[in-house]
Ligand binder design. Structure first.
Ligand SMILES: [Zn+2]
Length: 156
């Protein structure tokens, strides 16, 4: 997770306005790939850090499914990224800041969460762990009490 925080800051700085979210795929103790949020840069709503890391992981391994890998993310993965991780066959999802640590703009849904998707997946060997270095991760994002103008919110 320290490496994910380092990549987030290195690639996007520490201003929450730049959405410095990073994700890593690790398998057998080796870094497979990394990704950063590039939605604004690519004009692509699916260019979340986790999807970026999964795409890079597929290219790096030549496999669509990256069984046995751990997906680390500085922020709790959204529903789209959680489902993408399930489709990619990862075995473990580890995140830093949780949904309650950040502004609600980071999540598009009101009720469904990462935990619901993981609990409902056919894949029964998938584990989930959150809150790792959560303070270091959460300070990269708008917090629940921050005022964020509506036109700057992802889910306005
Ligand atoms: Zn996402």
């Amino acid at each position: 997770m320290r490496e994910a925080v380092r990549i987030a800051i290195d690639k996007k700085g520490s201003d929450p306005a730049n959405t410095p979210i990073a994700a890593l795929l690790v398998r057998d103790g080796e870094l497979v790939s990394s990704g950063i949020n590039r939605t604004a840069e690519c004009c692509d709503a699916t260019a979340h850090a986790e999807i970026d890391a999964l795409r890079a992981g597929g290219k790096a391994t030549g496999e669509m499914r990256i069984e046995g890998a751990t997906l680390y993310s500085t922020l709790q993965p959204c529903g789209m990224c959680t489902m993408a991780a399930i489709w990619a066959g990862v075995s473990r999802i580890v995140f830093g800041a949780g949904r309650e640590d950040v502004h609600e703009m980071y999540f598009e849904d009101r009720h469904l969460s990462t935990l619901d998707f993981v609990a409902d997946a056919y894949k029964d060997d998938l584990s989930l762990e959150g809150g790792i270095l959560s303070d270091d991760c959460a300070r990269l994002y708008f917090r629940p009490w921050d005022y964020v103008p509506e036109d700057q919110q992802a889910n306005d």
